[in-house]
Design a protein around this ligand. Structure first.
Ligand code: SF4
Length: 225
Protein backbone atom coordinates (compact mmCIF):
# COMPACT_ATOMS: atom_id res chain seq x y z
CA UNK A 1 0.00 0.00 0.00
CA UNK A 2 1.45 3.37 -1.02
CA UNK A 3 2.24 5.83 1.74
CA UNK A 4 -0.51 8.31 2.61
CA UNK A 5 0.12 12.05 2.94
CA UNK A 6 -3.37 12.88 4.18
CA UNK A 7 -2.27 13.45 7.78
CA UNK A 8 0.13 16.23 6.67
CA UNK A 9 -2.73 18.37 5.40
CA UNK A 10 -3.61 19.68 8.86
CA UNK A 11 -0.60 21.88 9.48
CA UNK A 12 -1.96 25.13 8.18
CA UNK A 13 -5.43 26.63 7.94
CA UNK A 14 -6.31 27.51 4.34
CA UNK A 15 -9.42 28.42 2.34
CA UNK A 16 -11.78 25.70 1.02
CA UNK A 17 -10.36 23.75 -1.93
CA UNK A 18 -12.92 25.22 -4.37
CA UNK A 19 -11.48 28.67 -3.71
CA UNK A 20 -7.87 27.50 -3.87
CA UNK A 21 -7.90 25.39 -7.03
CA UNK A 22 -7.73 28.35 -9.50
CA UNK A 23 -4.76 30.08 -7.81
CA UNK A 24 -3.02 26.71 -7.33
CA UNK A 25 -3.20 25.99 -11.06
CA UNK A 26 -2.25 29.55 -12.02
CA UNK A 27 0.78 29.70 -9.74
CA UNK A 28 2.04 26.27 -10.76
CA UNK A 29 1.58 27.24 -14.42
CA UNK A 30 3.91 30.20 -13.88
CA UNK A 31 6.40 28.14 -11.84
CA UNK A 32 6.46 25.26 -14.32
CA UNK A 33 5.74 26.96 -17.64
CA UNK A 34 7.66 24.14 -19.36
CA UNK A 35 5.60 21.33 -17.79
CA UNK A 36 4.63 18.77 -20.39
CA UNK A 37 4.73 15.06 -20.99
CA UNK A 38 8.29 13.79 -20.67
CA UNK A 39 7.88 10.92 -23.15
CA UNK A 40 9.22 11.37 -26.69
CA UNK A 41 6.87 10.43 -29.53
CA UNK A 42 6.01 11.59 -33.03
CA UNK A 43 2.55 10.12 -33.66
CA UNK A 44 -0.39 8.48 -31.82
CA UNK A 45 1.05 4.95 -32.19
CA UNK A 46 4.39 5.99 -30.65
CA UNK A 47 2.50 7.83 -27.91
CA UNK A 48 0.46 4.74 -27.07
CA UNK A 49 3.50 2.44 -27.07
CA UNK A 50 5.54 4.86 -24.93
CA UNK A 51 2.80 5.14 -22.33
CA UNK A 52 2.33 1.36 -22.26
CA UNK A 53 6.06 0.88 -21.74
CA UNK A 54 6.22 3.53 -19.01
CA UNK A 55 4.47 1.34 -16.41
CA UNK A 56 6.80 0.72 -13.45
CA UNK A 57 9.73 2.60 -14.96
CA UNK A 58 10.92 6.16 -15.60
CA UNK A 59 10.13 8.24 -18.67
CA UNK A 60 13.87 8.72 -19.23
CA UNK A 61 14.30 4.96 -19.42
CA UNK A 62 11.39 4.60 -21.84
CA UNK A 63 12.80 7.34 -24.10
CA UNK A 64 16.15 5.56 -24.16
CA UNK A 65 14.45 2.35 -25.35
CA UNK A 66 12.01 3.92 -27.80
CA UNK A 67 14.70 5.96 -29.53
CA UNK A 68 15.83 2.71 -31.17
CA UNK A 69 12.50 0.90 -31.03
CA UNK A 70 10.66 3.44 -33.17
CA UNK A 71 13.19 3.24 -35.98
CA UNK A 72 12.42 -0.49 -36.26
CA UNK A 73 8.70 -0.64 -35.42
CA UNK A 74 6.80 1.96 -37.41
CA UNK A 75 3.39 0.34 -38.00
CA UNK A 76 1.22 -1.93 -35.83
CA UNK A 77 2.10 -4.82 -38.18
CA UNK A 78 5.79 -4.46 -37.34
CA UNK A 79 5.17 -5.50 -33.73
CA UNK A 80 3.59 -8.74 -34.95
CA UNK A 81 6.09 -9.45 -37.72
CA UNK A 82 8.98 -10.32 -35.39
CA UNK A 83 9.24 -13.36 -33.09
CA UNK A 84 7.93 -12.71 -29.57
CA UNK A 85 11.44 -13.16 -28.14
CA UNK A 86 12.79 -10.41 -30.40
CA UNK A 87 10.21 -7.86 -29.27
CA UNK A 88 10.85 -8.93 -25.67
CA UNK A 89 14.54 -8.24 -26.18
CA UNK A 90 13.87 -4.87 -27.79
CA UNK A 91 11.83 -3.61 -24.83
CA UNK A 92 13.65 -5.59 -22.12
CA UNK A 93 15.19 -2.50 -20.48
CA UNK A 94 11.76 -1.08 -19.57
CA UNK A 95 11.12 -3.98 -17.18
CA UNK A 96 8.16 -6.38 -17.03
CA UNK A 97 9.07 -7.11 -20.63
CA UNK A 98 7.07 -10.34 -20.96
CA UNK A 99 3.80 -8.76 -19.85
CA UNK A 100 4.47 -5.61 -21.87
CA UNK A 101 5.24 -7.64 -25.00
CA UNK A 102 1.99 -9.56 -24.57
CA UNK A 103 0.04 -6.30 -24.15
CA UNK A 104 1.75 -4.66 -27.12
CA UNK A 105 1.06 -7.61 -29.43
CA UNK A 106 -2.57 -7.87 -28.32
CA UNK A 107 -3.04 -4.15 -28.74
CA UNK A 108 -1.51 -4.12 -32.23
CA UNK A 109 -3.67 -7.07 -33.24
CA UNK A 110 -6.83 -5.26 -32.20
CA UNK A 111 -5.72 -1.96 -33.76
CA UNK A 112 -5.26 -3.78 -37.08
CA UNK A 113 -8.41 -5.90 -36.91
CA UNK A 114 -10.87 -3.43 -35.42
CA UNK A 115 -9.46 0.02 -36.15
CA UNK A 116 -7.89 -0.32 -39.59
CA UNK A 117 -4.37 0.16 -38.26
CA UNK A 118 -5.09 3.48 -36.48
CA UNK A 119 -5.01 4.16 -32.74
CA UNK A 120 -8.67 4.72 -31.78
CA UNK A 121 -9.74 8.22 -30.69
CA UNK A 122 -12.51 7.01 -28.38
CA UNK A 123 -11.63 6.61 -24.71
CA UNK A 124 -13.83 3.51 -24.40
CA UNK A 125 -12.15 1.92 -27.42
CA UNK A 126 -8.71 2.69 -25.98
CA UNK A 127 -9.76 0.86 -22.81
CA UNK A 128 -10.63 -2.23 -24.86
CA UNK A 129 -7.04 -2.56 -26.10
CA UNK A 130 -5.27 -5.39 -24.24
CA UNK A 131 -3.11 -4.08 -21.40
CA UNK A 132 -4.44 -0.52 -21.68
CA UNK A 133 -5.81 0.63 -18.33
CA UNK A 134 -7.50 3.87 -17.39
CA UNK A 135 -4.24 5.73 -16.69
CA UNK A 136 -2.80 4.89 -20.12
CA UNK A 137 -6.06 5.81 -21.87
CA UNK A 138 -6.15 9.07 -19.92
CA UNK A 139 -2.62 10.05 -20.92
CA UNK A 140 -3.18 9.18 -24.59
CA UNK A 141 -6.52 11.05 -24.76
CA UNK A 142 -5.11 14.11 -23.00
CA UNK A 143 -2.08 14.31 -25.31
CA UNK A 144 -4.39 14.10 -28.31
CA UNK A 145 -6.30 17.11 -26.99
CA UNK A 146 -9.35 15.22 -25.76
CA UNK A 147 -8.92 14.55 -22.03
CA UNK A 148 -11.59 12.30 -20.57
CA UNK A 149 -10.29 12.29 -17.02
CA UNK A 150 -7.29 13.32 -14.95
CA UNK A 151 -4.15 11.21 -14.85
CA UNK A 152 -3.33 10.17 -11.28
CA UNK A 153 0.22 8.91 -10.82
CA UNK A 154 2.32 8.82 -7.67
CA UNK A 155 3.07 12.58 -7.81
CA UNK A 156 -0.54 13.60 -8.49
CA UNK A 157 -1.69 11.35 -5.65
CA UNK A 158 0.83 12.78 -3.17
CA UNK A 159 0.28 16.43 -4.08
CA UNK A 160 -3.51 16.09 -4.14
CA UNK A 161 -3.35 14.72 -0.61
CA UNK A 162 -0.87 17.31 0.66
CA UNK A 163 -2.82 20.16 -0.91
CA UNK A 164 -6.04 18.90 0.65
CA UNK A 165 -7.75 18.40 -2.74
CA UNK A 166 -8.88 14.91 -1.73
CA UNK A 167 -9.29 12.80 1.37
CA UNK A 168 -8.95 9.60 -0.67
CA UNK A 169 -6.03 7.23 -1.14
CA UNK A 170 -7.30 5.13 -4.03
CA UNK A 171 -6.26 6.63 -7.42
CA UNK A 172 -9.69 6.07 -8.97
CA UNK A 173 -11.41 7.92 -6.12
CA UNK A 174 -8.77 10.67 -6.20
CA UNK A 175 -9.42 11.09 -9.92
CA UNK A 176 -13.16 11.40 -9.24
CA UNK A 177 -12.51 14.16 -6.67
CA UNK A 178 -10.18 16.01 -9.02
CA UNK A 179 -12.62 15.80 -11.94
CA UNK A 180 -15.22 17.52 -9.74
CA UNK A 181 -12.77 20.21 -8.67
CA UNK A 182 -10.44 21.00 -11.59
CA UNK A 183 -12.01 23.01 -14.47
CA UNK A 184 -12.34 20.80 -17.54
CA UNK A 185 -10.12 23.03 -19.66
CA UNK A 186 -7.28 22.24 -17.25
CA UNK A 187 -7.69 18.45 -17.13
CA UNK A 188 -4.82 17.81 -19.56
CA UNK A 189 -2.21 20.15 -18.06
CA UNK A 190 -3.14 19.70 -14.39
CA UNK A 191 -1.30 16.36 -13.97
CA UNK A 192 1.80 17.75 -15.71
CA UNK A 193 1.88 20.70 -13.31
CA UNK A 194 1.53 18.37 -10.33
CA UNK A 195 4.15 15.93 -11.65
CA UNK A 196 6.71 18.65 -12.33
CA UNK A 197 6.03 20.34 -9.00
CA UNK A 198 6.37 16.96 -7.32
CA UNK A 199 9.69 16.28 -9.00
CA UNK A 200 11.20 19.72 -8.54
CA UNK A 201 9.83 21.01 -5.23
CA UNK A 202 7.27 18.86 -3.40
CA UNK A 203 9.49 15.82 -2.93
CA UNK A 204 7.98 12.79 -1.19
CA UNK A 205 10.47 12.81 1.66
CA UNK A 206 11.78 16.37 1.72
CA UNK A 207 9.34 18.92 0.31
CA UNK A 208 11.07 22.26 -0.26
CA UNK A 209 8.27 24.36 1.21
CA UNK A 210 10.52 27.45 1.51
CA UNK A 211 10.78 27.48 -2.30
CA UNK A 212 7.14 26.64 -3.01
CA UNK A 213 4.79 29.32 -4.41
CA UNK A 214 1.85 27.63 -2.63
CA UNK A 215 3.42 27.57 0.81
CA UNK A 216 2.13 30.79 2.36
CA UNK A 217 -1.60 30.61 1.69
CA UNK A 218 -2.63 27.63 -0.48
CA UNK A 219 -1.16 24.49 1.08
CA UNK A 220 -2.46 22.96 4.32
CA UNK A 221 0.70 20.80 4.55
CA UNK A 222 3.07 23.75 4.34
CA UNK A 223 6.03 23.73 6.71
CA UNK A 224 6.38 27.50 6.27
CA UNK A 225 4.48 29.68 8.76
S1 SF4 B 1 6.30 21.94 -1.16
FE1 SF4 B 1 4.51 23.24 -1.46
S2 SF4 B 1 2.86 21.84 -2.03
FE2 SF4 B 1 4.48 20.61 -1.09
S3 SF4 B 1 3.96 20.47 1.08
FE3 SF4 B 1 5.33 22.22 0.85
S4 SF4 B 1 3.98 23.99 0.56
FE4 SF4 B 1 2.76 22.15 0.20
Amino acid sequence: MARSYLAEAGRKKVAPKKERIRPIIDRLAVEHADAKIALTFANPLELLVSVMLSAQTTDVNVNRVTEKLFTKYKRPEDYLAVPVAELERDIFATGFYRQKTKSLRGTMQRIIEVHGGEVPESFDELLKLPGVARKTANVVSAERGNPQGIVVDTHVRRLSQRLGLTKQSDPVKIERDLMRLVPREDWARFPHLMIWHGRRICDARKPLCEECPLALDLCPSSRVS
